[in-house]
Design a protein around this ligand. Structure first.
Ligand SMILES: *Cc1c(COP(=O)(O)O)cnc(C)c1O
Length: 383
């Protein structure tokens, strides 16, 4: 690559759409495409994107990885490559809303049956398995209440029944958990979040066994076309250079903010996997080397806190997304998310409300001085 001969310390960006080849170098069929193939067309493979794929494969201990234009493109691509008409997919009841909606509203149109279960309860998962179950998709910790899934227990169940497991590890990051080492078949990330870390590029990745990743590239990336741009791959590569330092700081700040919220007079509940009060803290300690920077809390009076957002936030921004250097916070009303994204059973919804009440504030703790983050929160919450 260009950096080999000019000694550049930063990776080069290759914007080229196509690459000069010679007749016979490669046919025009993606069938022959592999990681060893010469570059041909940037929707198939691009030198800057390939550097990012190799970096992520190394971080996850994977044979191979393929990038997409967003996290949703990566997840939907994986589902489309692994599932066909008549197959059964198991997803978590509470997870990234885009995934919940895709599984419930879109996949059944293609003849894929979907069951959503609370994956923190292995017995419920066992009950959901059918002879046609082909894939279980887990997310841990799961947005927005940071419920954990026991990856080893779920992969053991999968091996008994002969289905595959994919893990959305966006929040844990490869520094917190390596799901492949715990037995999953595929790990995926929204690169938009902690991996890039600066909130200025969208991206997604799936990592796993060489042959499956080659098929994902050949069948899905090439034909559905959600290729990651070289410029965004470059930004994400730059973000990954500081991933370790950023994650340490996110976790350090999050631990302070969670401790502050937990003893606040006007807070009912806090969920952060790093808190001993988290119902799955023991699992978090076993499965996560880092607890990351995501938490949610339930104020005694959510409406009062919401009314103060516009005037009182100085450090935290009120916005969606997560994993950015800047702190981000967003309110998720229980009724609304139940009506739109989750549509849980009555029993599941009551369990959710038990914890979340009328609504929760999801907080992505950034890299600012944690004293300033807590001051903002106190300004929203104090009497
Ligand atoms: C953001 C996110 C996604 C979707 O990623 P995009 O890059 O926004 O498409 C999927 N899973 C989790 C856990 C996320 O936080």
């Amino acid at each position: 690559m260009a950096s080999d001969n000019n000694k550049s310390l930063s990776p080069p960006i290759f914007p080229s759409v196509s690459y000069s080849t010679t007749p016979g170098d490669m046919g025009f069929s993606p069938e022959t495409l592999s990681e060893q193939s010469p570059f041909f067309y940037s929707r198939w493979d691009n030198p800057t994107v390939r550097m990012l794929e190799q970096t992520i494969a190394k971080l996850e201990g994977a044979e191979s990885a393929v990038c997409f234009a967003s996290g949703m493109a990566a997840i939907s691509g994986l589902f489309l490559s692994q599932l066909e008409q008549g197959d059964h997919l198991i997803v978590p009841t509470v997870c990234y809303p885009g995934v919940a909606e895709l599984a419930r509203d879109i996949l059944p149109k293609f003849g894929i049956e979907v069951t959503s279960v609370d994956m923190s309860d292995i017995k419920l998962v066992q009950q959901a398995v059918t002879p046609r179950t082909k894939l279980l998709h887990l997310e841990t910790p799961a947005n927005p209440i940071w419920r954990l899934s026991d990856i080893e227990a779920l992969t053991r169940l999968a091996k008994q029944h002969g289905f595959k497991v994919s893990a959305d590890s966006t929040v844990a990051t490869p520094l917190g958990t390596n799901p492949l080492s715990l037995g999953v078949d595929f790990v995926m990330h929204s690169l938009t979040k902690y991996m890039n870390g600066h909130g200025d590029a969208l991206g997604g990745v799936v990592a796993g066994p060489h042959d499956d990743i080659a098929a994902l590239r050949r069948d899905i990336l090439v034909h559905f076309g959600a290729a990651l741009s070289a410029f965004d791959a470059w930004l994400i590569l730059r973000g990954i250079e500081t991933l370790s330092e950023r994650m340490e700081a996110h976790q350090r700040n999050a631990a302070m903010v969670a401790a502050f919220l937990e003893v606040h007079d006007n807070v009912l509940n806090v969920s952060y996997p790093g808190l001993p009060s988290h119902p799955q803290h023991a699992l978090a300690r076993r499965q996560m080397r880092l607890f990351s920077g995501m938490m949610s809390f339930v104020p005694k009076d959510p409406q009062k806190a919401l009314d103060r957002v516009a005037d009182r936030l100085k450090t935290i921004s009120y916005a969606v997304s997560l994993g950015k250097a800047k702190s981000l916070m967003f309110y998720i009303p229980s009724e609304e998310i139940q009506a739109t994204s989750f549509q849980m059973s009555e029993e599941e919804y009551l369990k959710y409300r038990d914890w979340a009440g009328d609504g929760i504030f999801r907080l992505s703790v950034g890299l600012e001085d944690p004293v300033l983050i807590c001051a903002d929160l106190d300004a929203l919450l104090r009497a």
